[in-house]
Every structure is written in structure tokens, then in C-alpha cells.
Write a protein that binds this ligand. Structure first.
Ligand SMILES: NC(=O)c1ccc[n+]([C@@H]2O[C@H](COP(=O)([O-])OP(=O)(O)OC[C@H]3O[C@@H](n4cnc5c(N)ncnc54)[C@H](OP(=O)(O)O)[C@@H]3O)[C@@H](O)[C@H]2O)c1
Length: 331
């Protein structure tokens, strides 16, 4: 495994950081708890020391699973990244969505990052994770009903109390980051970035490079799509949100499949799976600090972690990027 520093901190994260959303099962058609715990433990044994989770993932389940998986490990050898600001048990803030369509469960989710709410969420997360501090604490989504100042001041208090080491954000644009920076030092923005989802290249990446902020790229495998296993005609399990996501529309599956065919000879030549090639390409893009990669079981986790045993040359990266130019997805 290789490690990279977040911004100008002493916080080193593994290039493949374990993403524990699917581990919570919610919106992914369920997950076996034991498989998720095994996946985190085997990842750790391969050097994946950083884990990203959130209270909303399974409404506490993902954080509990992470807590169980890291029990007994030396705390300062693990980096815990979690979030606040998505409430399922309080109807306040911006209504985000009802999860019936995405998971089968009829839950109203709100984006809310008021001060008291953050303080309570942090206490709950610490309990579920079985720890007394969080390495990186991130707002999950912007909340238009609370001034950014209020949210960041709450996180500053948590840092003063030693419950949080560093503040980050997720899904913030450059202007929201600049506003937050008036009240706190941000170290990172966690945003979607994959070969087929490169929207942040225009504005956010230049902003972060200029201001020395780290970008944590989420869904780098585009939720499994770029492993090549989700092909035209694919049927998702009940409760799997991907069936309604644009990347998984039949026409996009067909086009992505053709693109992935172009990558196969290079992957074979380098003894890599498509997913490993995709992770390596993502990590070499300007401004990307680490990849947050989800895994539902040990097999996937091992494959993802082992990507880092290899590397891509500048020429290989350029070849892949050229192939990408030919890929156009429908909306
Ligand atoms: N801040 C935010 O708003 C936000 C949003 C999304 C994600 N995230 C974070 O980013 C993490 C990663 O994103 P993600 O889970 O959405 O997407 P991802 O990492 O692109 O894809 C993960 C999924 O791909 C499949 N997969 C993974 N490794 C595989 C392998 N080696 N072979 C075959 N299939 C494999 C698994 O699903 P199947 O086996 O079911 O196909 C897995 O759940 C999340 O866990 C979360 O921590 C944050």
C-alpha cells in the first residue's frame, strides 16, 4: 500500500481507503455483516488503514460495522473518516429524499447541519465506532437552511475538545469551500470522481490545487460499473439504488462496455483487472489525493487493495485518457 498526506497535515491516508457505504447494506440491496467486517479486516491486513463511513449508511449500521472491524487494532494505526449532516431521525433542514425507491425502506432523509445536531451526531458516531476521536469529520451534503458559519463553528468546538482531528467537507463546490474557510481550516473535499464522472475537473480541482486542499475521490469504480461486470441487460437485486442511476441505463451500459473493451488489452498486459486499472488511473489524475473504494466482501477488498502493488506510466495513462475521449454517455 502507499499513503498520501491530506493537505498540509500529518494525516496519512491509504491511497485505497475503504468506503463503507455498501457495507451498511442500505441502498445496495443489503449486505452480510460478517462479509463486511471480513472485508475491512482483510483490507487492513493489506495496508488499507483508512476507512470512510457515515451515520446515514444503514442508519448507524455502517459505523457499527467499522467499530466492530477495528476493535483490538491500535487506534493510531487506523484513520477513521466519518460525516455529519444527514438525518433520518429528525425532520429538519433540506429534505433530501425518501429512500423507498432506492432501498425499499420508507425513510425521509434530511440534510441538516445545525450546531446542536452536529454535536449530538458526533457523540453518536463515537459510540458506534467505539472510539474517542474521529480523524476526519466531514459535512455529508450542503445544507441550505443553516449558515456554513454555524456548522463550521460546531466542528471547531469538536476539534478543541479533541473529538475531531481535522475538518473536511463533501459535495461542496469551490465557493462553498471558500465560505467555510472563513471559519475553519478545511483539509479536504470528498466528491464523486471516476473515469465516467469528471465534472470536478473544470472548477473544483483547480481550486483545490491552488489552495492546497485534498480531494477524496468517491465512487471511483462508478459503483461497480467500471469493473466490467455490470453489462447490458444487468438486473439489480431489489433495494439496489443503482437501477435508477444514469450510468446504469441500458444505452450507457452498452457504451461503457465498448470503452472497457478498449482497456482490456492493457489490463491483461499488466496483469491487472479492469477495476485495478481504473483505480490506478484515478489516483494519477491531478489533484486527486486518495480513492474511496467500496467493497462488499473480502474478495473485492483484496483485489482493490492490490491495485496499489502496480503503477501506470505516463504513456499508459495518456492512452487510457485518449480512449475516454471516445466515450460519450447519454444523460
Ligand atoms: N460523500 C458522499 O456523498 C459519498 C457518496 C458516495 C460514496 N461515498 C464514499 O465513497 C465510497 C466508495 O463509493 P461507492 O461505494 O459508491 O462506489 P465504488 O467504490 O465505485 O464501487 C463500490 C462497489 O463496486 C463493487 N465492487 C467493488 N470492488 C469490486 C471488485 N473488485 N470487483 C467487482 N465489484 C466490485 C461493489 O458492489 P457490487 O458487488 O454490489 O457490485 C462495491 O460496493 C463509499 O463507500 C463511501 O464511503 C461518499
Amino acid at each position: 500500500m502507499k499513503y498520501r498526506k491530506l493537505a498540509n497535515t500529518d494525516l496519512l491516508l491509504s491511497e485505497v481507503t475503504f468506503g463503507a457505504w455498501a457495507a451498511g447494506g442500505w441502498m445496495w440491496g443489503g449486505t452480510e455483516r460478517k462479509d463486511a467486517i471480513d472485508a475491512i479486516r482483510v483490507s487492513y491486513s493489506l495496508g488499507v488503514t483508512s476507512i470512510d463511513t457515515a451515520p446515514i449508511y444503514g442508519q448507524g449500521t455502517s459505523e457499527e460495522i467499522v467499530g466492530e472491524a477495528i476493535k483490538g487494532l491500535q487506534r493510531d494505526r487506523v484513520q477513521i473518516l466519518t460525516k455529519y449532516g444527514m438525518r433520518w431521525d429528525l425532520k429538519k433542514g433540506d429534505f433530501a429524499f425518501n429512500s423507498k425507491k432506492n432501498s425499499g425502506e420508507n425513510i425521509d432523509i434530511y440534510k441538516y447541519a445545525g450546531k446542536e445536531s452536529i454535536i449530538k451526531e458526533c457523540e453518536d458516531s463515537l459510540k458506534r465506532l467505539g472510539t474517542d476521536y474521529i480523524d476526519l469529520y466531514q459535512i455529508h451534503w450542503p445544507d441550505s437552511t443553516t449558515p456554513i458559519e454555524e456548522s463550521m463553528e460546531a466542528v471547531s468546538r469538536l476539534i478543541e475538545q479533541g473529538k475531531v482531528r481535522y475538518a473536511g467537507v463533501c459535495n461542496y463546490d469551490a465557493a462553498q469551500m471558500a465560505e467555510a474557510e472563513k471559519y475553519i481550516t478545511l483539509v479536504s473535499d470528498q466528491v464523486p470522481y471516476s473515469m465516467v464522472n469528471r465534472g470536478i475537473e473544470a472548477e473544483l480541482i483547480p481550486h483545490c490545487l491552488e489552495n492546497n486542499k485534498s480531494i477524496l475521490a468517491y465512487s471511483p469504480l462508478e459503483r461497480g460499473l467500471l469493473t466490467g461486470k455490470i453489462r447490458p441487460g444487468h438486473l439489480f437485486a431489489p433495494g439496489d439504488h443503482r437501477k435508477d442511476v444514469k450510468f446504469f441505463k441500458e444505452e450507457n451500459l452498452r457504451r461503457t462496455d465498448e470503452f472497457l473493451d478498449l482497456l482490456k488489452p492493457l489490463a491483461a498486459e499488466k496483469h491487472l483487472t479492469l477495476g485495478q486499472l481504473v483505480i490506478l488511473w484515478t489516483l494519477q489524475q491531478p489533484g486527486i489525493t486518495i480513492t474511496l473504494v467500496g467493497a462488499r466482501n473480502s474478495e473485492q477488498a483484496i483485489e482493490n487493495a492490490k491495485a496499489i502493488d502496480s503503477s501506470l506510466s505516463k504513456e499508459e495513462i495518456a492512452t487510457i485518457t485518449d480512449y475516454l475521449e471516445q466515450l460519450e454517455l447519454t444523460v
